[in-house]
Design a protein around this ligand. Structure first.
Ligand SMILES: *Cc1c(COP(=O)(O)O)cnc(C)c1O
Length: 436
């Protein structure tokens, strides 16, 4: 009998000879959960189909972008039309103006936008802009928040040291991260202490307003407002990294949801409709410091790529329609209530913690509450791996790692939700065996 994933296994072996780890982004390799990743042949709506012909209900959503589900008609049409007119000109286009207008209209703190090709670039640019605007070097960053893979941001909590950043990857010179100051997430007192310790030297506090890269961790009540006040008091900029949350938790992003205005905002993922994209935005007064209006340099051959712009504009148009976010939240709530019942049925009611914000959720295999990196990493990752594989076997594709967020799309319908809850009943029993 051939394995259910025989073709993916063969493809992964072939891939390993020419691609590092067989992939182009580490988490895709299944290193955290073991096994062979399904190679995807196609996707439609809430479902992805692998090259062996297995179809899964998808909660990865390309790690966030696929908020309308896969290959939505409006977006496919926009991409096809744009591509037929030429894929890149290195010159201004109307469609990039249209997307920038849609973003500025929706995101409270954004007047002007600079498009780039990834979230990593967006953060790099925002940090450079903050340093240029303040004439200061230090940036405060939260432990467990991810801001892309640029050198200065590739720091987490290797040690308990929260004063100076220690690189979390070989190849990142200590000097590059020496100005990155680490603090725990959801801890306003720690942020204040860091700001006081480096008074007059902090260019910006950078934060995921809803943390989505240590699993999902919502901001504690008042946390974002406390950061706003702290930055104002110290003349530092507040940067919200909304690469995940922008147009995901609402049209106004997390800043709209929690009613706190950052100085700069980074965007990506959803705004590109599945095409490579990133953006930094803010008030004209700060944005004008960027070249060509100002001295802070930034450029990109494929920035504002017309195909990506057309895809993004099509997605934002659909999202602006009546009731999209209400529907997403309602179906997500229904799913999460079902997962809680399934957890109770598996004897895990007191042993797991389910966090949700809108259409983002994460099931942690720890009692919780999960409120920061330390409590997130208390999760039993062996139990997560068991849950993950049992769900995959049952036709549900979850992120292959505990410290990622699950995403619902507008294409997830009632039968998908019910099938997922059904699958979870058995899968959580498999995980429970590892948590005795
Ligand atoms: C994904 C992500 C990034 C990096 O975006 P890329 O497009 O992968 O470079 C930055 N910040 C946050 C919060 C992200 O989730």
């Amino acid at each position: 009998m051939t394995a259910r994933n025989a073709k993916s296994q063969a493809a992964f072996e072939r891939a390993g000879k020419v691609l590092v780890g067989g992939v182009n982004s580490p988490v895709r390799s299944f290193a955290a959960v073991g096994g062979t990743p399904p190679f995807i042949a196609k996707a439609a709506g809430a479902h992805v189909t692998d090259i062996d012909g297995n179809t899964y209900i998808d909660y990865v959503a390309s790690y966030g972008p696929a908020i309308l589900g896969h290959a939505p008609e409006q977006v496919v049409t926009a991409i096809t039309k744009a591509a037929s007119r030429g894929t890149s000109f290195g010159a201004p286009t109307e469609v990039e103006v249209r997307l920038a207008e849609a973003i500025a209209a929706a995101v409270p703190s954004v007047e002007k936008v600079r498009f780039v090709s990834s979230g990593t670039e967006a953060v790099m640019t925002a940090v450079r802009l903050a340093r240029g605007a303040t004439g200061r070097d230090k940036v405060i960053k939260c432990i467990g928040c991810y801001h892309g893979h640029s050198d200065a941001m590739l720091v987490s909590a290797g040690s308990g040291a929260t004063t100076l950043g220690v690189p979390s990857s070989p190849g990142v010179p200590a000097g590059t991260t020496a100005d990155t100051v680490l603090v725990p997430y959801n801890d306003p007192a720690a942020a204040k202490a860091a700001m006081d310790r480096h008074a007059g030297a902090v260019a910006a506090m950078l934060v995921e307003p809803v943390a989505g890269n240590m699993g999902l961790v919502p901001p504690a009540e008042g946390y974002l407002a406390a950061l706003r006040e702290l930055c104002d008091r110290h003349g530092a900029l507040l940067i919200f990294d909304e690469v995940i949350t922008g147009f995901r938790v609402g049209l106004g992003g997390a800043q709209g949801l929690y009613n706190v205005r950052p100085d700069l905002t980074t965007l990506g993922k959803v705004i590109g409709g599945g095409m490579p994209i990133g953006a930094v935005g803010g008030p004209a007064e700060i944005m004008k410091l960027l070249a060509p209006e100002g001295p802070v340099y930034q450029a990109g051959t494929l920035s504002g790529n017309p195909v990506a712009m057309a895809a993004g504009a099509a997605v934002l148009e659909v999202l602006a329609g009546e009731g999209v976010y209400e529907g997403l939240a309602a179906r997500s709530a229904e799913l999460c209530e079902g997962l809680q019942r399934a957890a109770a049925g598996a004897g895990l009611a007191e042993k797991v913690c389910l966090n949700r914000v809108g259409s983002m959720f994460c099931l942690f295999f720890t009692p919780g509450p999960v409120k920061d990196y330390a409590s997130a990493t208390a999760s039993n990752t062996k139990a997560y791996a068991a849950w993950f594989h049992a769900m995959l076997d049952a036709g549900v594709y979850l992120p292959p790692g505990q410290f990622e967020t699950c995403f619902l799309s507008a294409a997830h319908a009632a039968p998908d939700i019910q099938a997922t809850i059904q699958a979870a009943g058995g899968a959580l029993k498999a995980a429970a065996n590892l948590m005795a």
